[in-house]
Design a protein around this ligand. Structure first.
Ligand code: ASP
Length: 416
């Protein structure tokens, strides 16, 4: 594809990192939208194309990456116990992260006064009761759930299938696991291809947003960034330190020092998977976590534990509800916590994955998917913070489990 481009400018554009292109797309979109006013709605179809492509990814991406994530767990007793502890801690800390995100968004109110209106796609606001939501999580017909895009049901079925594949043993499971692995790979590739279109899609969406609603939309975005970064800080410094102190009986000071290097890698790469070598190294060398625990818990965490992503989903879901003037009930809040916790399991540790998962949370709660357009433009800035929290959470869980399994070299942890 390396043809000689007719102009240098085009070459410059293609060589640019995706997030920079997205940022340019957003800024240009805002400018064009402000210039064209209501006529900017003409550009909306470019954005709709992008949103549709994202929606296309969700079902197969979540399904395949979940099955693959679960089947990658080994089946020995100790692994089972460590895996169980890890999953419980991962889920609990993730739920707390969303609650912090929701709380901050409720206090800061980034979307208040935006008065946006959802178009056709706004979903009925008859939220079902929590019990019904829980019961409805089990699909009576998984194929129907896949076809209808019922993400909660898909997640439950994928977990069931993944666990069963582990239970029937490696030999019998191998063919199916291989199929899912290869499908998951292909879905990651397709995600990459769709994301390459993001700058144009976001340009169209931002032009439409700015043209229709004016520049007032932008100020709240600063508040969204503030809420996510503040939440990230609280989650690590207050919550993780608390868990380390009370559950792990460990001094959090050492942990806070050990996370600095991996955190820098996560912040700049926006990829939990890409940061994995750094998290494993720091956990072993600076905190004294055994090879067994770090080698198992950290890769698992990089795949399924996304506290930062969950926190961001909490902030953004509420921001979008506020922006569109939609009141959320207590059941809605619980659904957000539940969906985002489960969705975070299916989030791949690559840049931008959380944005796709946000669309899933929005559609489950019945919030307008157009809200995605507003946060998409600043996604990279948010991704940097959430990825950092994602890997800090993995390291916290690894050291707590190592301590409880007597797999922690206390001398290393206490050394100064
Ligand atoms: N980039 C994040 C990670 O790798 C996932 C996300 O987009 O939220 O952990």
């Amino acid at each position: 594809m390396d043809h000689n481009s007719p102009s240098n400018k085009l070459g410059l554009w293609t060589g640019l990192a995706l997030w920079k292109k997205i940022l340019i797309g957003m800024v240009l979109g805002v400018a064009v939208g402000a210039l064209l006013g209501k006529d900017a709605a003409l550009l909306k179809p470019i954005g709709t194309l992008f949103i549709n492509a994202i929606k296309m990814l969700i079902v197969p991406l979540v399904f395949c990456s979940l099955v693959v994530g679960i089947t990658s767990m080994k089946d020995t007793r100790k692994m089972g116990r460590i895996g169980g502890k890890a999953i419980v801690l991962y889920l609990l800390t993730t739920a707390v992260a969303i609650a912090i995100g929701l709380g901050l968004s409720a206090v800061i109110q980034p979307g208040a006064g935006l008065n946006m209106t959802a178009s056709q796609s706004s979903v009925a606001k008859d939220a079902p009761a929590l019990v019904q939501t829980l019961l409805a999580m089990i699909p009576q017909n998984p194929i129907k759930a896949l076809a209808a895009g019922n993400i909660l049901q898909i997640i439950v079925f994928a977990i069931g299938l993944g666990v069963s594949l582990v239970l029937i043993g490696e030999e019998k499971a191998a063919p199916a696991v291989k199929v899912f692995q290869s499908l998951a790979e292909a879905m990651y590739k397709l995600t990459e291809i769709v994301m390459a279109f993001a700058p144009y899609g976001i340009f169209g969406l931002m032009a439409w947003v700015a043209g229709t609603y004016g520049l007032d939309v932008l100020l709240p975005l600063i508040k969204v960034v503030g809420a996510v970064y503040l939440g990230a800080l609280i989650h690590v410094v207050v919550f993780y330190s608390g868990v380390l102190t009370f559950l792990g009986r460990l001094n959090p000071r050492r942990y806070l020092k050990a996370i600095t290097n991996p955190a820098a890698v996560a912040f700049t790469t926006s990829s939990s998977s890409g940061t994995l070598p750094a998290t494993i190294k720091a956990s072993r060398e600076e905190m004294g976590v055994s090879e067994g625990v770090s080698g198992f818990v950290l890769p698992l965490g990089a795949t399924i534990n996304m506290d930062g992503t969950a926190l961001y989903q909490g902030v953004c879901a509420l921001f979008i509800a506020q922006a569109f003037g939609i009141d959320l009930s207590m059941a809605d809040y619980m659904t957000i916590i539940l969906t985002a916790t489960l969705a975070s399991i299916g989030t791949a540790g690559v840049p931008g994955a959380g944005l796709i998962m946000l669309s899933l949370v929005l559609s489950t709660v019945g919030l307008p998917i157009e809200g995605l357009a507003i946060v998409a433009g600043i996604d990279r800035i948010l991704d940097m913070a959430r990825t950092t929290i994602n890997i800090c959470g993995d390291m916290m869980v690894a050291v707590v489990i190592a301590k409880s399994e007597k797999e922690l070299d206390q001398a290393v942890y206490d050394a100064d």
